[in-house]
Design a protein. Structure first.
Length: 492
């Protein structure tokens, strides 16, 4: 079959819909902007509403006989060397859950890198899957977790030969990448699938200098957020399938179980347009982004007190296997301030928003959308930050535990702890109790505490001092984090 990547089925169907002047007596109720609030129209513009329609019975007919979405998904699959691709308008948080549920079921085991995103933990809670945690590779000097090695997955399978598959996150939000080929080989020797949470890797297939992406590395299911490093709209996600270890109809069924019956055509259009853009111009655009990122990284290195994490920092024995330079993670520890302070100052005083922030770093991601003008503004803001840093009030000191102290013992399944009888206790009395909630520094969204894990004083101290220093903890039931939800004594 000849594949024509100049086509964009969703966008073409949108054009046709408007050309025909269709009149809808169906949702959405704003009816092509006519009923939308005038002030909302003034802010958002009518284009948003004109692209908002039913996917079936609007963009396509009620039986989807034009195969608009199906054709767009086929083109996306071809672009990344997958057998099947599914679009999601509920973000990769849904996509990764669908992937997990297609590989393992209640009380079945799944090997998972402990540096997984909170959406993976949500999948465990919903499914009742038993996690077998695989240890990340810890950089004790920089307090960073890198994806687990193939050797660690091999050891976990030897201890748990009944595990149904494995899940690894690569790249991480910090740009660290796993050896996916080696991990896939570990799984396939046992005829079980590998899921890759590649939410931060939408751009990887489109330039040879970038790390290998999951489908080319032998993964069975790959989850990608097009909105993170691509041109899609927020919540736009795709998940790809390759091989025969996971039936396509099963993966689709699991996704249908979780997804909305009212998907956003706007998000579909963003996914479809991104694929066409990358297939036609991706290598050029990504090459420009890589060149600009190298210039920006070199310029930041000239700012006293700042250092951009690079390959030499993140890769090597016991560390990551590969490195994506575009996240642009800047260590500001040399300025004597925290990443939280740096991000807040840049937003307040220079109208510049960072991505991730932690106790010593901020993330300034560079994408194909940046140019020398935006890069210049970033560098000017960072230089201003360096000048202002001596006058910033010292942040409360975070107590970051050693890697061995960060890991908590899993006493109950996440689902059992989350839905079981629980009570709130003061943080000062929580050590030794089993957590009944998830606690996640965000971004990047990797939980420090999972439901079912037994709390320890070092982790509680880390979270308490982190919140005092500016860490964002969006998910505890007590927003002030003075108490914590734990399993009742008789249910432990």
């Amino acid at each position: 079959m000849t594949v024509d990547h100049t086509r964009a089925p969703v966008l073409e169907a949108l054009v046709d819909y408007h050309r025909q002047g269709r009149l809808g007596f169906s949702p959405p109720g704003h009816k092509q902007a006519r009923g939308a609030d005038p002030e909302v129209r003034a802010v958002l513009g009518d284009a948003v509403f004109l692209g908002d329609m039913l996917a079936s019975g609007g963009l396509d007919d009620r039986l989807t006989r034009s195969r608009v979405l199906e054709r767009a998904e086929e083109l996306m699959a071809d672009a990344v060397h997958a057998d099947h691709t599914f679009f999601s308008t509920c973000g990769s948080s849904l996509s990764v859950k669908a992937a997990m549920l297609s590989v393992a079921g209640p009380h079945e085991k799944l090997l998972i890198g402990r540096d997984a995103h909170k959406s993976v933990v949500s999948g465990l809670i919903l499914s009742g899957i038993e996690p077998v945690w695989v240890e990340p590779r810890w950089d004790t000097e920089r307090h960073l977790a890198h994806p687990p090695s193939a050797e660690e997955f091999e050891k976990a399978f030897e201890i748990h030969p009944d595990a149904k598959g494995a899940l690894v996150t690569s790249p991480t939000p910090y740009g660290a990448c796993a050896d996916l080929r080696a991990i896939a080989e570990v799984c396939h020797r046992r005829s079980v699938p590998l899921i890759v949470d590649e939410a931060w890797g939408a751009h990887l297939p489109f330039h040879p200098v970038l790390p290998s992406w999951a489908m080319d590395a032998g993964a069975d299911i790959c989850v990608t957020s097009i909105h993170k490093m691509g041109s899609g709209l927020e919540q736009g996600s795709v998940f790809h399938l390759r091989g025969d270890l996971v039936p396509a109809e099963l993966l689709k069924m699991r996704a249908d179980l979780l997804g909305t019956t009212s998907p956003s055509v706007l998000l579909y259009a963003g996914l479809d347009g991104w694929r066409r853009q990358m297939c036609l111009h991706g290598e050029e655009l990504m090459g420009g982004a890589l060149e600009l990122a190298a210039e920006v990284r070199a310029a930041i290195e000239q700012i006293d007190g700042m250092h951009v994490n690079d390959r030499n920092d993140l890769c090597g024995p016991g560390l990551a296997d590969d490195f994506d330079p575009l996240p642009g993670v800047i260590d500001v520890d040399g300025l004597g301030i925290s990443g939280f302070q740096a991000a807040d100052w840049l937003r307040e005083h220079r109208a510049t928003d960072m991505h991730l922030s932690d106790h010593r770093r901020i993330g300034a991601q560079i994408t194909h959308a940046d140019d020398r003008e935006t890069a210049g503004e970033l560098l000017a803001a960072l230089k201003d930050l360096a000048r202002a840093a001596p006058d910033l009030r010292p942040a409360p000191r975070m107590e970051v535990p050693a890697p061995s102290e960060l890991r908590l013992a899993q006493a109950l399944l996440p689902r059992d702890a989350f839905f079981g009888p629980a009570e709130h206790v003061p943080l000062s009395k929580a050590a030794g109790r089993v957590a009944a909630e998830m606690i996640t520094p965000y971004p990047p969204g990797i939980p420090a505490v999972l439901p079912g894990e037994r709390l320890t004083e070092p982790v509680l101290r880390y979270l308490r001092t982190g919140k005092e220093a500016g860490m964002n903890l969006p998910d505890p039931a007590d927003p002030d984090f003075e108490t914590i939800r734990v399993v009742t004594r008789d249910a432990e």
